[in-house]
Design a protein around this ligand. Structure first.
Ligand SMILES: Nc1ncnc2c1ncn2[C@@H]1O[C@H](COP(=O)(O)OP(=O)(O)OP(=O)(O)O)[C@@H](O)[C@H]1O
Ligand SMILES: [Mg+2]
Length: 445
């Protein structure tokens, strides 16, 4: 599980107790913050996320239960342990009802406290992981390896090794299916954030108003229909990496808010009044040349510079044909792994593959090989088993036209699978949810 230190908040009005606990747990490797009362505790939340809070029930001003509720609103994955006086059974029950993880009556045993803290920490981490999984925002990780021995791919490997350990923003440009998400995930896997979430935010699948909601979350009652608090993707990516896909599609208002995150790490939930803080590494991707969007006035220049600290340009497959045989082998092995029976490819079929333009790049190649694997009746994939799905690429094609190609690609996949969306999503290599989004975006029945 996550290897970062447990971050602990101790709130107690008794100074000696705070100091003693603080020192003890700091020695044990916790990252500890202390506050003498509720208000001061709340003021610490802006700068730090906590796994666990240890809260005295009786304090001047805000009491422990009020503080518990406020803490949970602001940092929903925090677990709170309430410290009660001897024989305060009623308040202990009230604390549990209000969502405390546990309570301890004073005087308590320090070893017992440590065990509870450890368990509360684990619950906090699990809660967050579950939330992420439930939201289907985290894809399976790690994604895999990047195959290729062309000079361009080797250079990209070297660049990944260099930037991964830093916290620097990265901008990835490349046509559809060239491996942008794969590269982003590799950077994450090779970074010190690898045990933390890798959150994918796709700006192209959401309408403007929804995107902000997805990114930043909302407070209960922020608008009609907001019946519960929602934690945004940026918050889920805290301590981890946010992969912001199709960033050119982000509207200017959202861009301004997003820039704030890069500059100061702070944002507000929709309908929220408080500035919240996150620590995210941003990797953005686009099919367009982002600089063009800047020139056209559709993308903020300051945001562009913030993102463009390191740029990785993924070349289309047709510009690195020497990688094709390796990729074909890789996908054949994957097919074998999935189905058990090994298959090879005939020299004629490989020739046809090398001659093709691959407008859908590596994803399309992977799909064609998988399909060939299924369609071939013998142990060898022949040219007639290959069905190139998209039209041959014309180099004069406007980059914007890629979305048309995507639409067509999806329509074909649906047609081929006779409208079976689960199968079509599989063929396309995207999640079902993503397929629905794209169908809506492209107005596909
Ligand atoms: N060099 C590579 N080696 C092995 N697999 C690759 C390589 N490049 C891409 N892939 C695979 O091809 C598929 C598409 O890659 P990915 O989703 O990263 O592309 P993308 O650039 O994000 O595409 P899009 O712009 O359409 O979202 C994935 O299954 C990925 O694992
Ligand atoms: Mg992608």
């Amino acid at each position: 599980m996550m290897k970062e230190p447990i971050s602990l908040l101790i709130v107690d009005d008794e100074e000696p107790l705070r100091t003693r606990l603080g020192e003890r747990f700091t020695r044990k490797g916790y990252s500890v913050s202390c506050a003498p009362n509720g208000n001061e505790a709340l003021s610490l939340l802006g700068n730090k996320r906590f796994h666990v809070a240890l809260v005295d029930i009786k304090m001047p001003g805000m009491n422990g239960i009020e503080l518990l509720k406020a803490l949970k609103t602001e940092q929903p994955f925090i677990e709170v342990i309430i410290l009660t006086g001897y024989a305060e059974v009623d308040t202990a029950i009230e604390a549990m009802k209000s969502g405390a993880y546990d309570y301890l009556a004073k005087p308590y045993n320090l070893n017992e406290l440590e065990i509870i803290l450890q368990k509360a920490y684990e619950k906090s981490v699990l809660q967050k992981e579950n939330y992420i999984l439930r939201d289907e925002v985290k894809a399976h990780d790690p994604y895999g390896v990047m195959i290729g021995k062309s000079p361009k791919i080797i250079a990209i490997h070297q660049l990944i090794e260099k930037v991964a350990p830093t916290d620097s923003s990265v901008l990835i440009e490349g046509e559809s299916g060239t491996g942008k998400e794969l590269v982003a995930n590799l950077i994450h896997q090779k970074s010190h954030r690898k045990e933390q979430p890798f959150i994918v935010i796709d700006c192209s699948t959401l309408q403007e108003s929804l995107l902000e909601n997805e990114l930043f979350g909302h407070e209960k009652g922020a608008f009609t229909g907001a019946t519960a608090q929602k934690i945004g993707l940026v918050e889920l990516a805290d301590r981890g990496t946010a992969f912001v896909d199709e960033i050119a599609e982000m509207n200017l208002t959202t861009q301004a808010k997003f820039l704030r995150i890069l500059e100061t790490g702070s944002f507000r939930r929709v309908g929220g009044t408080k500035q919240l803080k996150v620590d995210v590494r941003v990797i953005a991707a686009t099919k367009r040349i982002l600089e063009h969007a800047v020139k056209e006035g559709n993308f903020r220049e300051d945001l562009y510079y913030r993102l463009n600290v390191v740029k990785i340009h993924l070349p289309p497959l047709r510009e690195r044909k020497e990688d094709i045989p390796l990729l074909v082998n890789h996908f054949l092995k994957q097919g074998k792994a999935a189905r058990g029976n090994p298959k090879t490819i005939s020299p004629e079929a490989l020739e046809a593959i090398i001659a093709f333009d691959w407008p859908g790049n590596v994803r399309e190649l992977s799909n064609v090989i998988e399909q060939g694997f299924i369609l071939s009746s013998g142990p060898t994939i022949l040219p007639e088993d290959l069905h190139f799905q998209t039209k041959s690429f014309s180099p004069n094609l406007e980059i914007n036209r890629l979305s048309d190609l995507e639409r067509e690609h999806i329509a074909r996949a649906l047609e081929k699978e006779k409208g079976n969306k689960t199968k079509a999503a599989k063929t396309l290599g995207i999640s079902l949810r993503n397929l629905y989004r794209k169908m809506e975006k492209y107005n596909l029945p």
